[in-house]
Design a protein around this ligand. Structure first.
Ligand SMILES: [Ca+2]
Ligand SMILES: [Ca+2]
Length: 150
């Protein structure tokens, strides 16, 4: 094992530190998307080390999907999905039916080229809201959830 003194930083560490945070984020996002897509595109049942998945179900959303977040957006205790659609500048929300299926997407506008979406209760009302990172418009969008409580 190589050791380095305090002023001898390994070359690999120097290279990594020169990458802007955005570039490191893009590399991570790209790897995560590749992993997710490989799982989505694999046919039939997948099994690996004690994990088994049945054949995939596909649900229509917007164009050029980039990321997905899970939250109970309608407050019925069933997980729902929010998908960032980079090509259609919106976010699709798919309400869960509780059996692994989802209702048709409802689309909500975001900024330009949304690449990432995250769920969190930003106004403290108990319902998850959405935060979207918009690549093309260089900004973020917050979509406050105002769904009537069930
Ligand atoms: Ca729900
Ligand atoms: Ca909220």
């Amino acid at each position: 094992m190589k050791t380095h003194s305090a002023n001898q930083v390994p070359r690999q560490a120097c290279v990594r530190s020169r990458l802007p945070a955005a570039a490191r984020g893009r590399k991570f996002l790209g790897a995560a998307l590749a992993l997710a897509l490989s799982a989505l595109l694999a046919p039939e049942t997948m099994s690996a080390q004690g994990v088994s998945l049945i054949a995939r179900r596909d649900f229509e959303v917007g164009n050029a999907t980039r990321s997905v977040a899970v939250g109970d957006f309608d407050g019925d205790a069933v997980p729902d999905l929010a998908v960032a659609n980079s090509g259609s500048n919106n976010v699709s929300v798919l309400l869960g039916n509780g059996d692994g299926s989802f209702q048709a997407a409802r689309n909500f506008g975001a900024g330009g080229g949304p690449r990432s979406v995250a769920a969190g209760d930003f106004d403290g009302d108990g319902l998850p809201d959405l935060a979207v990172a918009n690549f093309s418009s260089n900004d973020g969008s917050v979509l406050i959830n105002n769904t009537p409580r069930k």
